[in-house]
Design a protein around this ligand. Structure first.
Ligand SMILES: NC(=O)c1ccc[n+]([C@@H]2O[C@H](COP(=O)([O-])OP(=O)(O)OC[C@H]3O[C@@H](n4cnc5c(N)ncnc54)[C@H](OP(=O)(O)O)[C@@H]3O)[C@@H](O)[C@H]2O)c1
Length: 247
C-alpha cells in the first residue's frame, strides 16, 4: 500500500520542492492558502501516485479541524505521514512586536502543527494511521538573532512540541524536526538582495548557501524506514554554518 503524506506550506520555496520529491514516492495532500498555486503545483508533480489539494489558512483556528475532517471523510482518506513546512517570519525589533504578530506567528508555525498532529493521531478521524511527522523548524531554534525574538521563539516551541510528542506517541509515531540554514526563497529574498549581507553569509557557510532540494532530501530520509530508529531529534541541515566559529 502506498502511504499518504499531508504537507503544509506546499505553495512556496522549500515546500514546493519537498512536494515534488515526496510525490515521487507517496500519495500526497498539498496544502497552502492559495488554490491557484496548489493547482499549478499539482500539475508540476509528475507522478502516478495520487495528488490531492487542500486550501487552508493555518491561522484560521476556528475552522481548521473541521476543514481537515471534512476533507478526509469526503475523500475517504487516511494519512500516515505529516510534514509541517508552513512558516510565517517577520523580522521585528522587540519594541515593535505586537500581540497580533505573536499570535499570527505562533498559530501558523506551532499551534496548527499541534492541532493537525492531534487530529491525524486520532482513531475517530484518521483511524490512528499516523506513523511519522517531520516539522520544518529553523537553525535559529537553538540560537539568537536581532529582530527574531517572535519567529525564533516560535521555532523553539515547535521543537519542544516535537520532543514531548516523540516520547508521548512512541513507539507508533516518530517525530523529528529539520533545522535549515539559509536557503534562497521568497521568505529570505529581502535578506539575500542586500549584496553585502549576502556575501557575508556565504562566507559563513562551509558548504555554501543551501537549496530547497537539500531540505527535501532530509525530509525523505526522516519519512522513510531508513530512519526507523530516529525520533525526537533536531536534524540541522545548514552546510556547516552552526559549527563554524571562524572569527
Ligand atoms: N528559507 C530559509 O532560509 C529558511 C531557513 C530556515 C527555516 N525555514 C523554514 O522553512 C519553511 C519554508 O520556508 P520558505 O523559505 O519556503 O518560506 P516561504 O517561501 O515564505 O513559504 C512559506 C510557506 O508557508 C505558507 N504559509 C504561510 N502562512 C500560512 C498560513 N497562515 N496558512 C497556511 N500556509 C501559510 C505559505 O503559503 P502562501 O503561499 O499562501 O503564502 C508558503 O507555502 C518555513 O517553516 C520556514 O520557517 C526557511
Amino acid at each position: 500500500m502506498i502511504e499518504t503524506v499531508f504537507l503544509t506550506g506546499a505553495t512556496a520555496g522549500i515546500g514546493e520542492e519537498i512536494a515534488i520529491e515526496i510525490a515521487k514516492h507517496y500519495n500526497i495532500v498539498l496544502s497552502g492558502r492559495n488554490i491557484q498555486k496548489l493547482e499549478a503545483l499539482k500539475e508540476k508533480c509528475s507522478t502516478n501516485n495520487n495528488v490531492f489539494i487542500l486550501p487552508l489558512d493555518l491561522s484560521d483556528f476556528e475552522n481548521l479541524e473541521e476543514k481537515i475532517i471534512t476533507f478526509l471523510s469526503h475523500n475517504q482518506l487516511t494519512i500516515e505521514k505529516f510534514v509541517h513546512c508552513a512558516g510565517f517570519m517577520k523580522m521585528v525589533p522587540l519594541k515593535l512586536v505586537s500581540q497580533d504578530l505573536m499570535l499570527e506567528t505562533f498559530k501558523t508555525n506551532v499551534f496548527s502543527a499541534s492541532i493537525i498532529i492531534k487530529l491525524l493521531n486520532s482513531k475517530k478521524n484518521n483511524n490512528s494511521s499516523l506513523n511519522s511527522v517531520v516539522l520544518i523548524s529553523s537553525n535559529i531554534s537553538n540560537r539568537g538573532a536581532k529582530a527574531m525574538s517572535t519567529y525564533g521563539s516560535s521555532k523553539s516551541a515547535l521543537d519542544g512540541l516535537m520532543r514531548s510528542l516523540a516520547v508521548e506517541l512512541a513507539p507508533k509515531v516518530r517525530l523529528n524536526s529539520i533545522l535549515p540554514g539559509a536557503v534562497l526563497t521568497k521568505m529570505t529574498k529581502a535578506i539575500f538582495e542586500n549584496e553585502e549581507v549576502s556575501q557575508r553569509m556565504a562566507a559563513y557557510y562551509p558548504l555554501g548557501i543551501g537549496t530547497s532540494n537539500d531540505i527535501a532530501d532530509a525530509v525523505l530520509f526522516l519519512l522513510s524506514d531508513q530512519s526507523r530508529w530516529v525520533t525526537g531529534q533536531q536534524i540541522t541541515v545548514d552546510g556547516g554554518r552552526s559549527i563554524n566559529i571562524t572569527g
